[in-house]
Design a protein around this ligand. Structure first.
Ligand code: X2X
Length: 343
């Protein structure tokens, strides 16, 4: 039985919210009415990815708890456009919620890329201490400064990015020399592979499978769960465990869109987003081991790629010094609270 009755909604909704709802959203139009508040949630992940499984559960739970007053429609797999297009849509309010990696959000807010510094995090203890702690708070404050967007507290997990290729494995930095590698439209990911002497090319994720299939690029880099759920093993031969960047997705909200919801509905939304995110993180942790076996079974050759030689090459290319300068001493000090000394 939903614990959110029409009566409590009418009683607790802000006057502004009730006025908006009554005036244009059919608040009082009987039991089997369309939702009074409809939100669009876009993401770029395959429909089978744990994020979309949990997002569908989240949407169902929100509809039930609000007795249909709030509905969240999930648009997976870049259905509403590429990442860069959808970022423009969430900024305008055409899309209300968008899960976006900091490596791409960095095209709009450069400072948010600090969580994607190459080889900064070695494990999930460091990741979640940072992102659920001071570094995440710093990044969310940077996002809020845009005035149009905000980020919910908890990040979805994408995983540690590994490198898949069709031509040769990447066991050492030298293996990357001249390699045509797809990277997201991301200044910081582009800079890692330029510093490692590869030949990176920015392509939106929606076009990655075909770019690999037609050999426009030799390889790409993404976490294991995505290599599996996007079926990249069908067009790749090697999977080198570089783990060069931990990546996640901020759950971005359009401030005006979400601000129009009555406070009660905003809280229901926040609560179920957090629940879905924490369940998705646990899913990826559970899947880590089995995904390696799945990918081996699909014919991918998994290759160990020890981190130190890659870190050393980045240091010698002034990669860390350059990004320290871009992010500034204060933000860099927050990062190193969790990563340890990087340069
Ligand atoms: O575009 C990618 O590689 C992806 C899916 O990992 C991001 O959204 C950054």
């Amino acid at each position: 039985m939903s614990d959110f009755t029409r009566r409590s909604f009418i009683k607790t909704a802000s006057l502004a919210g009730a006025a908006v709802a009554a005036a244009g959203m059919g608040l009082y139009s009987g039991n089997s009415r369309a939702a009074d508040f409809k939100l669009k949630f876009a993401n770029n992940l395959p429909i089978s990815h744990p994020m979309n499984i949990r997002a569908r559960e989240m949407a169902k739970a929100i509809k039930e708890e609000t007795n249909g007053a709030l509905s969240v429609q999930v648009f997976p797999s870049s259905q509403l456009g590429s990442d860069t297009d959808t970022l423009a849509q969430v900024r305008s309010g055409a899309v209300d919620l968008f899960s976006l990696s900091p490596v791409i959000l960095g095209t709009m807010v450069p400072s948010v890329q600090i969580s994607a510094v190459g080889f900064a995090f070695k494990d999930y203890q460091q990741v979640w201490s940072a992102m659920d702690g001071a570094l995440g708070a710093h990044v969310r404050s940077e996002i809020a400064k845009t005035g149009t967007l905000f980020a919910y507290d908890r990040m979805w997990d994408n995983g540690f990015r590994v490198t898949t290729t069709s031509t040769r494995p990447v066991a050492t930095p030298d293996d990357l020399r001249g390699m045509k590698l797809r990277v997201p439209p991301s200044p910081i990911i582009m800079s890692i592979f330029r510093a490692l002497d590869a030949a990176p090319t920015s392509i939106n994720f929606a076009e990655v499978y075909s770019a690999l299939q037609t050999r426009i690029v030799e390889g790409q880099e993404n976490p294991l769960t995505l290599v599996s759920s996007a079926k990249l093993y069908e067009v790749q031969k090697y999977c080198s465990l570089t783990n060069h960047v931990w990546d996640g997705f901020w759950m971005l909200g359009n401030s005006a869109s979400i601000g129009r919801l009555p406070p009660e509905l905003q809280e229901v939304l926040r609560k179920h987003i957090e629940k879905a995110v924490m369940a998705q993180r646990a899913d990826l942790a559970t899947l880590e081991g089995s995904t390696r076996d799945i990918l081996k079974g699909k014919g991918l050759e998994l290759v160990e790629s020890p981190a130190e030689p890659f870190r050393e090459k980045l240091r010698s290319a002034n990669y860390y010094a350059d990004w320290h300068g871009k992010f500034g001493d204060e933000a860099w000090a927050i990062l190193e609270q969790f990563s340890g000394k990087l340069a």
